[in-house]
Design a binder for this molecule. Structure first.
Ligand SMILES: *Cc1c(COP(=O)(O)O)cnc(C)c1O
Length: 236
């Protein structure tokens, strides 16, 4: 199946993904304009990324900061915004602030502190998502649901960090339907944060859903879906 995707052009894949996003939205009465597509480009060659952007992608997601820096330089002529979606080491915060528009993986205090410091240095405000370890998996990063309210309050004190919502990678299942309870839980966590937030309107983003399960995530309220394989084909 992956080979077959690889052979299709990015343009064809993008049209198919958009179609599937629209279908998922109409199933639950959502406006497709409320779902943004993040094209996940880890290991994808720049020519193929360029094809995607020329076909209409406006947000790219990168896992590794070094790779993002290199690609951003090669693609600097393209009007896209870059999201950091991988685990971010504190000593890479400087580069993340230099090359990413958003950081979707804020998962600890030391990183918040350093991102804030670097944002101050460049006189920027960085939109961030708090990563939640929704399945309580040891191998995954993220704040536990129990610790989220306190972590949110702590991050809110950093003037250069603009918290826009939550991000999660639920446990992997062959059947996407099984991820539904996790997506729903993330939405409920965001709802609860909004009830106590000073500016709830800003807390509107739920980054959840990947190639295998984005339709279910959209049905549960995703506003950002992070899609790699379904757009660019299998990764080498
Ligand atoms: C790789 C990756 C994705 C995209 O995964 P696909 O299954 O290829 O769509 C999304 N989010 C994160 C954090 C990833 O690392």
């Amino acid at each position: 199946m992956l080979d077959c995707l690889t052979m299709k052009t990015v343009v064809e894949n993008l049209a198919m993904v958009r179609h599937r996003i629209e279908a998922a939205c109409s199933k639950v009465g959502r406006d497709p304009a409320g779902v943004e597509l993040v094209g996940v480009t880890k290991t994808v060659p720049v020519d193929r990324i360029r094809e995607g952007v020329e076909a209409g992608l406006t947000i790219l997601g990168e896992n590794y900061i070094q790779e993002a820096r290199r690609k951003k330089e090669l693609l600097s002529d393209l009007p896209v915004s870059w999201h950091c979606i991988g685990h971010l080491q504190t000593n890479k915060a400087k580069f993340a602030v230099d090359c990413c528009d958003w950081v979707e993986t804020l998962d600890r205090e030391s990183l918040a502190r350093e991102l804030n410091r670097q944002a101050e240095r460049t006189n920027r405000t960085i939109p961030v998502l708090i990563q939640v370890n929704i399945g309580g998996e040891e191998t995954k990063s993220g704040i536990s649901p129990e610790d989220l309210p306190a972590f949110f309050n702590m991050v809110s004190e950093f003037e250069r960090l603009d918290i826009r919502g939550l991000m999660a990678l639920p446990p992997f299942f062959d059947q996407p339907e099984r991820a539904r309870p996790y997506f729903r839980q993330l939405r409920e966590l965001l709802d609860r944060l909004r009830q106590n937030a000073a500016s709830p309107g800003k807390l509107s983003e739920l980054s959840m859903g990947m190639s295998g399960d984005f339709e279910v995530a959209i049905e549960e309220g995703a506003t950002l879906v992070r899609i790699g394989t379904a757009l660019f084909g299998g990764r080498i």
